[in-house]
Write a protein that binds this ligand. Sequence first.
Ligand SMILES: Cc1ncc(COP(=O)(O)O)c(C=O)c1O
Length: 395
Amino acid sequence: MRYSTLTDRLQGLGGAKWEIHALARDMKRAGRAVIELTIGEPDVPCPPGLIEAATAAMQAGRTGYCNGHVEPATLAAIAQRYSARRGRTLGPENVITLPGTQTALFAVLCTLAGPGDEVIVADPMYATYDGLIAATGATAVPVAMRPEQGFRLQAADVAERITPRTRVLFLNTPHNPTGAVLRADEIAALGALALAHDLWIVSDEVYEDLVFDGIAFASPLDLSDLADRTVVTGSISKSHAAPGFRSGWCVGPAEFCARMLPLSETMLFGSQPFIADMTALAVTQGSPVARGMAGRFATRADRIHARLHGQSGLRVHRPEAGMFALLDIRASGLSGIAFAHALLERTGVATMPGESFGSGLPGWLRLSLTQPDGVMETACDRIAAFAAKTMGDPE
Ligand SMILES: Cc1ncc(COP(=O)(O)O)c(C=O)c1O
């Protein structure tokens, strides 16, 4: 049978990246004690107040269709949150809600790019980004980020890759998998390129609320001269420990939102009113769990650094935000995939190979920081012992 070229473009871009995670789950089902440091689930349950709000809304009959442009109160709440943080007045016409950042990014990129266009994206990148760009028919143009620059995207590197076909500069700050947070001056330099070459800026800010103490979050949405070319995406998945609700949004120029609305309506025919109500409450009240998570993840990253950095040639890259730390295992001579497979089989510690995140992290592992402290310590002990055996420096 024949299938669409869109599905052709997405072949091979899905499950293979999560192979170790799937394997770890199989091993767990078979009764093996596996420590999962693979995916980034919040380490606390969704706050009870939000579950009560969603339940109350369902019981109050908020289970019918909503209008396509979604619930006005929710749009207003999200617009208000961004206005308060960014010092610019945004209104409901600047917001569209979608099921999670992932869906929002899909719709945003489909609105801005298509066949023949190029999308510049930092490499390493979140595992779904190449699929998101490929789905539009545009070509991804990866720009390498380097550990010695804190894995922060540099305007000079981006400038070299801009062509007349470039349409979008796709940012992610705080960044997954590196935990890097772009500085205000770096964003200004990237913004100057967008202005000079008439590019859109898409900024995935799903980890905005998980920035560690001492690091300042900055967004292109803060800069008024970028306002008519910037679209930001976010959700309550990480900030409110509520990924299962699939509640996210994009914020951008009114003209952009009007242009994207038919696409969002075609995909979804509106959202779920009880989730929209709960989301309005979540963004209005702020998160009761985000600061706690950020504090715990920062401490765990410090402990991993203290325990593993320098051991048997291992190096740890400390994140500035988010749920992950990076482990450089290049001294082993193994690929991240080979190391992660062997580590899982021999020690029961499941990690994500750097090769799952674009082409910029061969020979690295991503470790999620979401397991309890004691479990993280056991995982570190096992990694250290495994590295000592594999890399020839017995502990
Ligand atoms: C960088 C990044 N963007 C988007 C997502 C998807 O988030 P959501 O649950 O809001 O769809 C994730 C999830 O891990 C992520 O790490």
